[in-house]
Design a protein around this ligand. Sequence first.
Ligand SMILES: N[C@@H](CCC(=O)NCCCC(=O)O)C(=O)O
Length: 272
Amino acid sequence: MRLQQLERAQAVVAVTSNRLLVDDVHRDWLRRKYVQALHHHAGVSCIILPTIDAKDASEEVAMAIMRRVDGLMLTGDESNIDPTVLTAPASFTDADEQDVEPGILDRPRDRLSAMSIQSAIALGMPILGICRGLQELNVYFGGTLRPSLAAWRPESGIMHAEKPDRPRDRQYDAAHSVSVSSDGALFPIARTIEAQVNSLHNQGIEALAPALRREAWAPDGLVEAVSVIGAPTLQIGVQWHPEWHVSTDLLSKQLFKAFGEACLGYCRTKTG
Ligand SMILES: N[C@@H](CCC(=O)NCCCC(=O)O)C(=O)O
């Protein structure tokens, strides 16, 4: 490992997991694509954050963990956000079985995301939100989501949807263009005002949270990237999936590199 790589690997990024219920057994999981992209293209080390049950939703615990890391990655996942839980993580106290509706709702993940975003914002650390992760930032800060893009506009539904008839890898090929704001936080990373991105989601931002700035948008006007207004470092979310083809896609590479650099910068401010 080169010296620069070694130095960057000192930065540790916390990565959100999801709850999986198999045979009534609760498990935490995430796709390795996220971890591989962080290791190989952001050059950071990772730890995986476990999902949180309502009875364990403690601000102190979340803060104690987040103090030890240098960045937060909010991963994508098929489940939709429960806005009630994401905005009040300790509020849902029903039995564990109802806490997770496989493939539909994942409240333990909503709690994890809410509590880790809260700590990361308080600590001023870098954040990279991907797909559900971007949506979580918007809901956390008081924005709303369109429950179904297909119901909003049929052509939008098609443009952004998963294409289940294609092999998994091909579903993550570029699906549409985005326009990038020329005076925001994304432009210095992307260095272009137009790019092609992949797209696998059925929900999307309806009302943008007042704390967020629109960084990129799709041809149908859907917000595709956001940043936290006044952030002391890179705090950004994208609706697409830069992790999937990061080895071959320039914008994806640039995003992970910028995130890695931001995490290392943050790490250095802590260690002096
Ligand atoms: N349910 C939401 C979120 C979509 C999302 O994050 N999909 C990612 C799936 C693939 C992965 O986990 O990498 C929506 O439909 O908008």
